[in-house]
Write a protein that binds this ligand. Structure first.
Ligand code: HEM
Length: 542
């Protein structure tokens, strides 16, 4: 019976959406964008591979031009493959191009029913606007006041872990990013592993390669008793909220005892905000923390890969660091003197972009571009993979060329090298009012982490013990989630010298000891102050 009802529903839905699409387009005397022939309702969903979907979009871009249309399951898509068009629509016309499309396999992803959602996925509503403003100001504050120390500390831990357990590098680098995020949000990194797990579950849930309901969207509306996807999402959703609210409650308890150091939670408890309460704040900080794991982890994986494949660039980074940082691990203060390192990082992110499909915006009103009609509700996809493979801006785009930022022979070269290249205008961070808020954090964290890796290690292919030959790395194989990460690969981390190995061990032991002492000193002071305040108020009440 359920299958019959579902079948009727599907057919009715297909007919209605086909007719409404036709009537809308028919109403307009304007041209339509070119694009592949669309089948009623399903559009071209059958052409889109779940794996590496961006490659198909890229191929269509070559066939149909810089802006083309397609559709899937009743949703219209406008795919942009030229950054000038993205600039025109998503930045200059941001007023109507800053909404987000709904994610079918999440409950109320746009936040129409309340504020406790996922900030990057919220529609353009009052919750998004206040949460964005708040997190933006907290991230700036963290950059100015305290995250440098956290990043340095975690980079030292990372290098130390690689000395002892190099084969597990992928987990170590994600854990480093997660610990930085947890410290920034809660002054407590003990939940970093759990945060990473929640990140992966959410990322899977919203990616085309996740549950089938992301593509076969009508399945999401089946009754709960025959809907395993919705039941799984209820579980994931509840566990995620329980986790976020749990860490927030711990942060509040710590703050109430006066034992919380600089972090987002403390700033929130101490200031007036227009959030609705701890529940909303828990979601904002949880989400910002969660956003920083795979976004930083992906480029770090690819940086390692690039350095193994291009030892000449590793050597150049090492020479630059040795000359400019006085034999020490680089810090943010060294950034202006490290253009080669910055170029290698940026080129890594161009060569293997983190979010290759880009993140879709939704247009709120009917609009026209170049005489072509864009219907209200269309999803606008700025195809990042295509922007970063534009041969005019990035000659020989398939290959790794950090020199494109270092030599005036290349179109992307810009002076002074103490400032450029940087990530400020890099398209990967999105567009207009929805542009990423983590760009500075990414730039700083990658500089510290990649700088530390080059300073500490020679990065090489792993040698097969049987054949004695180098194990090749497949640079094209990756996950197919919204945030890209390479398929597992092997490599060798060889300390640059025995002395450097000892320094990496010693500097972590020292940093760990100092961190423990700083925490204990802070606690001692906090407790002393608290007992002083208690005694004072008792005296005043006498
Ligand atoms: C390589 C690193 C990163 C890349 C490539 C990246 C990319 C993006 C992109 C493409 C968007 C959507 C922009 C749009 O809709 O036009 C976005 C949004 C966002 N990013 Fe990032 N991101 C990165 C790192 C981070 C980090 C570390 C954080 C954490 C602080 C972060 C927090 C956010 C937030 C909160 C949004 C939502 C903005 C909104 O919807 O208003 N991102 N990011």
């Amino acid at each position: 019976m359920a299958v019959f009802v579902f079948g009727v529903f599907l057919v009715a839905f297909a007919v209605i959406s086909y007719l409404s699409q036709r009537s809308k387009i028919g109403k307009s005397s304007f041209r339509q964008f070119p694009g592949p022939y669309q089948l009623p309702y399903i559009g071209r969903i059958h052409d889109l591979p779940v794996k590496y979907m961006w490659l198909k979009f890229f191929e269509w871009g070559r066939e149909y031009g810089p802006v083309y249309r397609t559709s899937m399951m009743g949703d219209n898509f406008i795919i942009i493959t030229d950054e000038k068009v993205a600039e025109e629509l998503l930045v200059k016309r941001a007023k109507i191009y800053s909404d987000r499309p709904a994610f079918t396999s999440l409950f109320d992803s746009k936040g129409n029913d309340g504020p406790e959602g996922h900030l990057p996925l919220l529609g353009k509503n009052k919750y998004w606007s206040r949460q964005r403003r708040l997190s933006h100001s907290y991230l700036i504050d963290a950059r100015n006041k305290f995250y440098n120390g956290i990043m340095n500390h975690e980079a030292k831990r990372f290098l130390y872990r690689l000395v002892n357990d190099p084969d597990n590098f992928s987990n170590h680098l994600e854990n480093m990013a997660s610990k930085v995020a947890c410290e920034m949000a809660y002054d407590d990194s003990s939940s970093s592993t759990e945060l990473t797990q929640h990140s992966l579950r959410l990322l899977t849930q919203i990616s085309p390669a996740g549950p089938i309901t992301n593509l076969a969207t009508p399945l999401w509306n089946l009754p709960l008793c025959v809907n395993p996807w919705k039941r799984a999402e209820i579980k994931r959703h509840d566990e995620e909220r329980k986790f976020w609210k749990g860490v927030m409650a711990n942060a509040r308890a710590k703050w109430e005892k006066g034992e919380s150091r600089n972090c987002f939670a403390r700033k929130y408890f101490e200031s007036q905000t227009n959030l609705s309460g701890d529940g909303e704040a828990a979601c904002v900080f949880g989400m910002v923390a969660l956003m920083s794991i795979f976004t930083v982890g992906g480029p770090l994986h690819y940086f390692l890969m690039a350095m193994v494949l291009h030892p000449e660039w590793l050597r150049k980074c090492q020479e630059e660091i040795d000359e400019q940082c006085g034999g020490k691990m680089p810090t943010l203060a060294d950034c202006p003197r490290l253009p080669i390192l910055r170029s290698c990082i940026l080129e890594t992110m161009r060569w293997r972009p983190n979010i290759p499909t880009g993140v879709a915006h939704e247009v709120e009103e009917d609009d026209w571009y170049d005489d072509c009609f864009i219907a209200k509700g269309s999803r606008i996809l700025p195809l990042e993979w295509a922007f970063l493979r534009n041969p005019e801006k990035y000659p020989d785009p398939e290959n790794y060329h950090p020199e494109r930022y270092l030599s005036s022979d290349w179109p992307t070269y810009r002076e002074p090298l103490s400032i450029y290249p940087n990530m400020k205008t890099f398209t990967s961070f999105g567009w207009g009012q929805r542009r990423c808020m983590g760009q500075s954090q990414t730039q700083d964290e990658l500089l510290i982490a990649c700088g530390a890796l080059c300073w500490g290690y020679n990065l090489k292919n792993k040698i097969d013990v049987v054949t004695g030959k180098a194990i090749e790395i497949d640079t094209e194989s990756s996950n197919s989630l919204l945030i890209m990460k390479p398929s597992p690969f092997e490599m060798t981390f060889e300390p640059r010298s025995e002395k450097r190995r000892e320094v990496m061990i010693e500097q972590w032991r020292y940093a760990e000891q100092k961190d423990m002492e700083a925490r204990e000193d802070f606690l001692r002071m906090a407790r002393r102050e608290k007992s002083f305040m208690t005694a004072r108020s008792t005296m005043l009440n006498l």
